[in-house]
Design a protein around this ligand. Structure first.
Ligand SMILES: *Cc1c(COP(=O)(O)O)cnc(C)c1O
Length: 376
């Protein structure tokens, strides 16, 4: 193995690799779309978590979803330029500075600022087009959205009556992003009540009631999503299926049948050693300004792999896929593993795989020194 590597050809694989399993992803996509369809819900697939990688976006587009969505306008612009069909939805409140591009490339956006909507009207008029908006209500998670319901309703009426190039497509909300507020049927009923008050004032039914993200999806699976919610913006469920399965959102654990390893990190072992578990010397801060916590558990067998925080951000709940291997720490370019209980002998040059969560996938898909490999 060692010799092969030294004499290797130009096509020699280089590590770390982020392996993307398109079949597993497709299974997850179809499952979510069909469950949502049965419940009268259109899916907007959110591509921000994997930086709009084209092969993945193509799968998303082909899955029967209604919209492709991202918080980054650049992702949607790229999707359009690469020939994917819309409609596209921008899910971060547009910046004033990006409105000309927004109106040119994207049909729908989430909004909460009258000043932004006014600029959208001016730009859409200039470009001779129509842009559709979903007004966001903040139901307590305290990120984006109108806080006072009356202001949301007045803005809706203003769009409806005064802005010919802006169409009010509906209302929406976001939960579980800043305030850790849980998406519940009660929150959904509150959103529906706002939608109905808007409908009363404008005298027509709204096309979209957008009930949130992956964290709202368990309600659909558990059968307690109020029927008027007809739109969800989902990303994480497909990438790691982590939120729903591991955080216990489902009533019935049997429902957590999604593949959780559509993205896997593969890294190469660069050192195997027996070392103490407690550092030797006076302790000070590490290169991230933190003092580690260590427990003296005697001498243990460990391995180092050549990937680190500069590639994946924080360890969070990243897990080795092989039994008997534990992550005990990481620095910029190294991840340190305890392999004492691993049933096989781990050697320098071996490849080890790790399951990932949302934040690591988001970092790894844009990490310049990580190779992305698609498998089926
Ligand atoms: C990121 C985001 C989503 C998607 O969240 P997931 O957890 O990836 O499903 C939906 N809506 C908004 C406004 C977002 O910012």
């Amino acid at each position: 193995m060692y010799d092969e590597r030294v004499q290797g050809k130009a096509s020699e694989p280089e590590y770390p690799v982020l392996e993307v399993n398109l079949s597993k992803m497709e299974y997850n996509l179809k499952k979510v779309v069909s469950i949502c369809r049965e419940n009268g819900i259109d899916v907007a697939w959110v591509v921000k978590g994997f930086h709009a990688l084209l092969p993945v976006m193509e799968l998303f587009r082909g899955s029967g979803c209604k919209f492709l969505a991202s918080s980054r306008l650049t992702h949607l612009e790229r999707a359009r330029e690469q020939g994917l069909t819309g409609p596209f939805l921008l899910i971060r409140i547009p910046m004033l500075s990006e409105i000309p591009r927004l109106v040119r490339f994207v049909e729908y956006s989430l909004n909460s600022e009258p000043a932004v909507i006014r600029r959208i009207q001016e730009e859409a008029e200039r470009q001779g087009t129509l842009h559709q908006v979903i007004l966001m209500a903040d139901l307590g998670d305290l990120r984006e959205g109108f806080w006072e319901e009356s202001r949301l309703i007045e803005t809706a009426v203003w769009i409806e009556n005064c802005l010919p190039n802006v169409k009010l497509a509906g209302v929406g909300t976001n939960l579980g992003c800043y305030g850790s507020v849980k998406a519940t049927p009660e929150k959904m009923e509150a959103l529906i009540a706002i939608a109905e008050r808007v409908e009363e004032r404008i005298g027509r039914r709204l096309e979209i009631i957008s009930g949130g993200s992956t964290t709202s999806f368990p309600m659909v699976m558990n059968g307690n999503m109020p029927p008027r919610v007809n739109h969800l913006r989902i990303g994480e469920q497909i990438e790691s299926a982590f939120t729903c399965a591991d955080l216990g959102y489902f009533n019935d654990p049997e429902q957590a049948f999604f593949h959780q390893d559509a993205f896997v990190l593969k890294a190469e072992v660069i050192e195997v050693n027996e070392k103490p578990t407690y550092p030797v010397g006076e302790l000070t801060v590490d290169c991230f300004g933190e003092v580690g916590t260590y427990q003296d558990r005697g001498i243990k067998k460990r391995a180092l792999v050549g990937v680190g925080k500069v590639d994946y951000g924080y360890l969070d709940l990243m897990q080795p896929l092989e039994p008997g291997i534990k992550i005990i720490g990481a620095s910029s370019d190294h991840t340190i593993l305890e392999i004492e209980d691993c049933p096989r002998e781990i050697k320098v040059g071996d490849l080890l795989s790790f399951s990932l969560t949302y934040s690591q996938i988001a970092m790894l898909t844009e990490a310049p020194l990580v190779r992305i490999e698609y498998v089926r």
